[in-house]
Design a protein around this ligand. Structure first.
Ligand SMILES: Nc1ncnc2c1ncn2[C@@H]1O[C@H](COP(=O)(O)OP(=O)(O)OP(=O)(O)O)[C@@H](O)[C@H]1O
Length: 310
């Protein structure tokens, strides 16, 4: 395999458990994930899904319980040590009395080779606040400072763990604007988030993680289609309900059909087609079409493994 063909990240059958007072916590229950170079991948999942644990393993901060992880063809620790991987983590110590520029200069001095300080400050959209003390910076500015520090070694792979947690919408946008240029320049980006919109607008691929496993993995528009599925509900004559449910389950756009007495509830990516079949072929009445919110759909995808497979 040539160097350019080596995946940026290759995770095979990863599990990770932690001992706890109440027994063992299984944070990751078997994750397989390959990220090609140049991809921008969002790991999306609710709190406690195992996102941070997975990224920590990729960064060599914690060892797998079982499974294997390669980063740019090397062990995680080696990849990080050689500056080929950098991270923007949820928290990370910043010295409050230094200015933004002094912080970047200080960390730059720890690298034998690094990108020019001025350049990194500009790319992180910090030029206007470069002489501001860290303690006076907003949460969004501090996070962009962590991002600037991550750019110093000119990494091939950037790992971001919920980089915009707690920011308001405009601060989130400013952060992703700065990130966008880095991704467009061909850097591989792997980030964790629990904001569906953030994954949707920034990543080209979404890996949905729930309960320590991959619930869905695919191009963003495919996952969005699944998440945006609509619900069509209708009533039928009681003796026609089961036959109708079977007919609907054979439609490719149908994800789930629930039967409750004489009422059918269908989750589908094509509500028009389902409504047409229900009304013209199956004799349904009292038809209702609803679109769940993005967040509600996401919760449904990550909490119902049988309906969530990509
Ligand atoms: N060091 C630890 N010791 C014990 N349990 C842990 C440890 N780290 C994580 N866990 C548990 O493992 C599970 C997965 O945690 P993880 O932080 O990876 O999830 P996450 O998807 O990143 O969630 P969040 O969005 O809240 O950060 C959780 O139940 C968490 O409490």
């Amino acid at each position: 395999m040539t160097r350019a063909d080596t995946p940026a990240v290759e995770i095979t059958a990863l599990t990770k458990s932690f001992p706890s007072r109440a027994g063992t916590v299984q944070a990751v229950r078997g994750i397989d994930l390959t990220v090609a170079r140049g991809e921008v991948v969002a790991v999306l999942g609710p709190n406690g899904a195992g996102k941070t644990t997975t990224l920590d393993v990729v960064l060599g901060l914690t060892a797998p319980t079982s499974g294997e992880v390669r980063v740019l063809g090397r062990s995680p620790r080696e990849a990080v040590r050689t500056g080929r991987v950098s991270a923007v983590l949820q928290t990370g110590g910043l010295l409050r009395d230094l200015t933004v520029r002094e912080t970047v200069e200080l960390i730059a001095s720890t690298y034998a080779v690094h990108a020019p300080v001025e350049d990194v400050v500009r790319r992180a959209n910090l030029t206007g606040v470069s002489s501001r003390k860290v303690s006076k910076c907003s949460g969004g500015e501090q996070q962009r400072l962590r991002f600037a520090l991550a750019l110093l070694p000119d990494p091939e792979l950037l790992i971001l763990d919920e980089p915009t947690a707690g920011m308001d919408v405009s601060a989130r946008r400013a952060f992703w604007d700065a990130m966008h240029a880095e991704a467009a320049a061909g850097r591989t980006v792997l980030f964790a988030t629990h904001y569906l919109e953030e994954a949707d607008s920034f990543a080209s691929r979404i890996v949905l993680v729930a309960d320590g496993r991959v619930a869905a993995d695919g191009p963003t528009d495919v996952i969005r289609g699944q998440a945006l599925g609509r619900t069509v509900a209708a009533r039928l004559d009681l003796d026609a309900v089961d036959t109708a449910a079977t007919a609907l389950r054979s439609l490719v756009s149908v994800r789930e059909v629930r039967v409750d007495h004489d009422r059918l509830t269908v989750t589908t990516s094509d509500s028009d087609a389902v409504a047409r079949v229900l009304l013209t072929e199956l004799g349904a009445r009292d038809l209702e079409v609803t679109t769940g919110s993005l967040e509600a759909a996401f919760v449904a995808l990550t909490s119902a493994p049988e309906g969530a497979a990509a």
